[in-house]
Design a protein around this ligand. Structure first.
Ligand SMILES: [Mn+2]
Length: 465
């Protein structure tokens, strides 16, 4: 937790931005895995609740009555029965004081607050809910059907939260650095373990253990696969095989729930072969290019398409693409290889604030998303960078047999893709490199004191055995 002044300052700023009405921020409840007392573990608090109310306990709601300048932490104190099983915890009153909130109340008070507000026709601001239990709670409190709750969520509140959480303060950057240190340990361990005969799950399980042991947990389910072309390839019981590449996309959350997100692609044999090296070098060049152009005022949209053009140029040199580079990128031909966007915001959520909808987080009036074009529709961020933003830099090249077959059969982008050569890459897999960028006053820098090795020579030396 940060100091109570941090939370008080954030709520004061939020009040200024939202201007009037009552803000209701729902914390998360325990989520049952297979029965109520066997929940998904560890408990994960809602990030916006954490940001303004700091308390990492289930069953809490934060209320900010802007017009009357009253803040209340709502929740029920635990009973002696719970104390027997889980130990004593601070009272809701004490938890409120720890975050500079003057008032506390039991959960039934929320019903009164909401009913009074509706009677007096006052504006109630809530964020779009994403858990079913909270949707039921909102239905009970406000009578809004779960299907209508996304539309009924408060746009002024969404915009205020996005504005504040997008810019990371010095104490948040320290947390992100801590997350990066855990991520470093995870990735270097995966690289050292990567060898023929070891299963994907064995390595991923060790990474889970590092994340749990050094912080809160992984920031998302670890992607670890020899089939790097499968974007969210879950680790399987398959044994790593000589000659293949292991793609590992993984990150950690600190105890205070700040994230890291990195990707490395390691040769199972210990060395990249010539064909792997050729593709890897393109991804590496794209990854490093971002460092030279990302700075305040630059549109992330332009950085993404700068990478797409560079990738297309290099793939033309390899004979996998052809034709005019600008025309190829305009047609979306590069998405045969890079099916996703260059990166996303990162903070307390690995895809920061994705529950508030990426169109509100990564885009604005000036830069609108393209939801039509394959590949470009996966770009989660386009707007101009600002100092204090944290974005991931994650170019990748993949050879997806089903996609190759589909485009080849339909003739899609046939003037830009050399399908005959591409056919010979169907057994390749995929390569991605990912690091987390902090936008500084005049440029950007990677988060994390130690770089996880990624230049091919460095990787090969690091895993030499
Ligand atoms: Mn990522």
């Amino acid at each position: 937790m940060f100091s109570k002044e941090t939370y008080a300052r954030r709520r004061a700023e939020l009040k200024k931005l939202v201007k009037s009405g009552i803000i209701v921020l729902f914390g998360n409840n325990e989520s049952p895995a297979n029965f109520p007392n066997n929940g998904y573990h560890p408990f994960r608090q809602d990030s916006s609740f954490l940001y303004y109310f700091g308390q990492n306990r289930s069953g809490l709601v934060g209320v900010i009555d802007i017009d009357n300048d009253v803040e209340t932490l709502i929740g029920d104190d635990i009973s002696i029965d719970d104390i027997v099983w889980y130990g004593a915890v601070d009272s809701v009153h004490d938890m409120a004081l720890q975050i500079g909130v003057a008032n506390s109340a039991p959960m039934k008070a929320l019903t009164t607050i909401c009913h009074d507000a509706m009677r007096d026709k006052r504006k109630l601001h809530f964020l779009p809910p994403y858990r079913s239990d909270i949707k039921i709670q909102i239905f009970d409190l406000l009578g809004i059907h779960p299907n209508q709750q996304k539309e009924s969520a408060s746009m002024p509140l969404i915009q205020a939260v996005v504005k504040m959480r997008s810019t990371k303060t010095a104490e948040e950057i320290e947390e992100l650095e801590r997350a990066a240190a855990i991520g470093y340990k995870m990735h270097t361990t995966a690289m050292k373990m990567c060898r023929p005969g070891v299963t994907e799950k064995e390595i991923a399980g060790v990474l889970d253990g590092i994340a749990n042991g050094m912080g809160a947990m992984v920031s998302f389910p670890t992607i670890l696969s020899q089939h790097g072309e499968i974007q969210h390839g879950s680790p399987s019981m398959a044994k790593l095989q000589e000659g293949r590449l292991m793609l590992c996309d993984a990150g950690a959350e600190t105890i205070n729930n700040y994230c890291s997100d990195n990707t490395r692609t390691t040769p199972v044999s210990g060395r990249y072969d010539q064909r792997q090296l050729e593709i890897y070098s393109i991804v590496e060049e794209c990854h490093d290019y971002v460092l030279t152009v990302a700075k305040p005022g630059v549109k992330w949209w332009d950085v993404h398409f700068g990478v797409c053009r560079l990738m297309t140029e290099r793939l033309k040199e390899l004979g996998l693409m052809k034709g005019d580079t600008d025309e190829a990128v305009a047609a979306g031909a590069h998405a045969m290889f890079m099916v996703h966007g260059l990166g996303h915001m990162m903070g307390m959520d690995v895809h920061d604030m994705e529950n508030l909808d990426q169109i509100n987080v990564g885009f604005d009036e000036e830069v609108r998303p393209n939801l039509e074009q394959f590949g470009t529709n996966c770009l989660r961020m386009g707007r101009r960078l600002e100092e204090g933003f944290v974005v991931t830099d994650e170019p990748g090249i993949y050879f997806i047999p089903a996609l190759i077959d589909e485009w080849k059969a339909s003739g899609h982008c046939k003037e830009f893709i050399n399908f005959d050569k591409l056919e010979t890459y169907k057994d390749f897999g995929g390569i991605r490199l990912e690091d987390d960028l902090l936008i500084t006053a005049d440029g950007c820098r990677f988060i994390g004191k130690d770089r996880i090795p990624y230049h091919p020579k460095d990787v090969e030396e690091f895993i030499a055995r």
